[in-house]
Design a protein around this ligand. Structure first.
Ligand code: PLP
Length: 396
């Protein structure tokens, strides 16, 4: 149905009306297991009673004021995020691309403050940082960039997990101000930055005076079993970008910064009307409390590990399986051929999944996913993958 919406999405024929926990219902009353959480957004599942109560209370009191005034909930959220990340300051906006846009602006300011007139940022192949002009220019996917040239300049692209490539840039580009990396690439196919690679980046950033900026928009907020995915490597970044799951579906973005990076922006240098309004901050504070009180990071870690093991065990004998990757409840199952058709097949079986990079099945279920629900997810998905691989094999 074309209607009056711009033609920016190839939507599936599915209209969801309500949800409960890890389950969603469509307008015909069919039930779906949510293996995607609105692309890593519904951290605490659907209609979590604590989130519903907190938001209802907040809506009845105050939705929005303005960053012209003090917003105590914003202060509380900044305190909380700094406590769990070790960062010194936070800036709030409304989405992942906005958090990343703020990071890019911060890196440029940082460069100018350190005597660079044309600062550059090192970015990665297959990265995804958003769809504003600056963030799509930082993104390592020509499909996202095509048609929007001229791109924003000032990005130098390298392969992920390749130390030599970074050293080459260091030798040939004297005006690098930052490295900007997803701890685990999401849209790019669930590709983790290796722990020793992140440690290497920390070291070279220290040596060179570069900022280490980590995009945790998809992999952050408890999804991998720690608050932030880079914490598995034990590195301390200079800047973290957050969004998606931070407020369980109420739009929010956040930029966290450490040390000198935290005081780079001055008054008037960045801002947003909606950013960090009382409703969004209340949703984020409640989300973080629920994650902690219900042990959702441990849950994500335990169930995610079990799911990865099961995928390996049950699909290991199939020649079409390339890899099972990820951490916690951010899982990619890569096949050796395009498998987008599985999304519709899973939908027919009552399961929501996604395929990225044509051949990587991506799972991002809510962190409240229970063991029996993980079993149901596998019981639907594994036979679909097995049949898909076998049918393709037979046709070949
Ligand atoms: N960064 C990462 C790692 C993402 O996965 C995304 C969205 O998928 C973004 C940034 C952009 O976030 P948003 O869609 O909220 O602008």
């Amino acid at each position: 149905m074309p209607g009056h919406l711009m033609n920016t999405y190839a939507r599936l024929p599915l209209a969801l009306t309500h949800g409960q926990g890890a389950w969603l219902w469509d307008r015909d009353g069919r039930r779906y297991l949510d293996g995607l959480s609105g692309i890593a957004v519904n951290t605490v599942g659907h209609a979590h009673p604590r989130l519903v109560a907190a938001l209802s209370d907040q809506i009845g009191k105050l939705i929005h004021t303005s960053n012209l005034y003090e917003i105590p909930l914003q202060d509380q959220l900044a305190d909380r995020l700094c406590a769990i990340s070790g960062a010194d300051r936070a800036f709030f906006c409304n989405s992942g691309l906005e958090a990343n846009e703020a990071a890019i602006k911060l890196a440029r300011l940082w460069g100018h403050k350190h005597e660079m007139d044309r600062p550059e940022i090192i970015v990665f192949e297959r990265a995804f940082h958003g769809r504003s002009l600056a963030t799509l220019s930082a993104t390592g996917n020509p499909k996202v960039q095509k048609g929007f040239e001229p791109l924003v300049e000032g990005f130098v692209r390298v392969a992920l997990n390749d130390e030599a490539a970074i050293r080459e840039v260091a030798a040939s580009h004297p005006q690098v101000s930052a490295v900007f990396i997803e701890a685990i690439q999401g849209e790019g196919g669930i590709n983790p930055a290796q722990a020793d690679y992140l440690c290497f980046l920390r070291r070279i950033c220290d040596e060179r005076g570069w900022l280490l900026m980590i995009d945790e928009v998809q992999c952050g907020t408890g999804r991998t079993g720690k608050w932030f995915a880079h914490q598995w490597a034990g590195v301390r970044p200079d800047v973290i970008a957050l969004a998606k799951g931070l407020a369980s579906g109420v739009p929010i973005g956040a930029l966290l910064a450490y040390g000198e990076a935290a005081t780079t922006f001055g008054p008037g240098q960045h801002g947003t009307t909606f950013g960090g309004n009382p409703l969004a901050c209340r949703a984020a504070l409640e989300t973080l409390s629920i994650i902690e009180d219900e042990g959702l990071m441990d849950n994500a870690q335990r169930i995610g590990r079990w799911m990865q093991e099961q995928f390996r065990r049950q699909l290991g004998g199939f020649p079409g399986l390339v890899a099972v990757r990820g951490a916690g409840l951010m899982i990619g199952v890569e096949l050796d051929r395009p498998c987008g058709v599985l999304v519709k097949q899973a939908l027919q079986e009552g399961l929501l999944i996604n395929v990225t990079q044509d051949s990587v099945i991506r799972l991002l279920p809510p962190l409240i996913l229970r063991q029996e629900e993980a079993e149901q997810l596998l019981a639907i998905l594994v036979p679909l993958i097995q049949r898909f691989l076998a049918a393709d094999q037979a046709a070949a």
